[in-house]
Design a protein around this ligand. Sequence first.
Ligand SMILES: [Zn+2]
Length: 274
Amino acid sequence: MATLCERAFVIGLDGLRGPAVGEAETPVLDAFCAEAAWTDRASSVMPSSSYPAWGSMLHGVGPDKHQLGGETPIAEDAAWPSFVKVARQAHPEWTIGAFSCWGPINRDLIEESCNCVLRTGGDEILVPAAADFIRDQKPDLFFLHLDYIDGAGHSKGYHTPEYVAEIERTDGWIGQVLQAIRDIDAYDTSLIVIVSDHGGCKIEHENAIYNSHGEDNPDCMEIFWAARGPGLARGVHLDGQVNIADTAPVVARALGLAVPPGWDAAEAPEGVFV
Ligand SMILES: [Zn+2]
């Protein structure tokens, strides 16, 4: 299968409501989108929570199949391997990293056999660590998960100035990671995906109101999704529906990896590739 992109970087932003990007000052994301195929209204999965959503992003299937919720890690013999595992099996020699603020991603969602360089920590620790890792190790595949936007949503609300401020701070951090990719001359030869897992809103539970997510409403379900790289559409706002589970076939196609028969979508969403 033809390889369009030499490397792939996936930056995951936990709890970012897609439309909230338009409410914040995000020069880095704006410049990225100007050269990407993107939408601020891609779909999460139900329930719109981190385990099911990041599970679907990595494994290319909905929660009905992957059943990821924290009870057990993903099975090595699942018919829906993560795109990380597909890459590892095709390229035993690759340097693959997964730096995740939310620990369960590295523990339960990415298979142990992927043999990734793993790291967990706060966003402000992971961002410089990721930039150093990119510059020093030049990874072939790298996943970075940042969590502070979701933290602001839970603590302050998903429609608050504090939430918007955290999006703006994270925008600067994304800029540091993209700069590291530029520093190894990989910015124009790599697939770079920036994706969130769910949004959030006010949710009533047992007579109390919480800032949370998990429900089937636009505030929880609409996520940000953008992909840039050789062979991809540039500066295109995707009209058609993009689901978070579509991320896996996009990574596979960009890296020339065969799509496992167990994934829900064998093809990338229409309009992502030219
Ligand atoms: Zn989440």
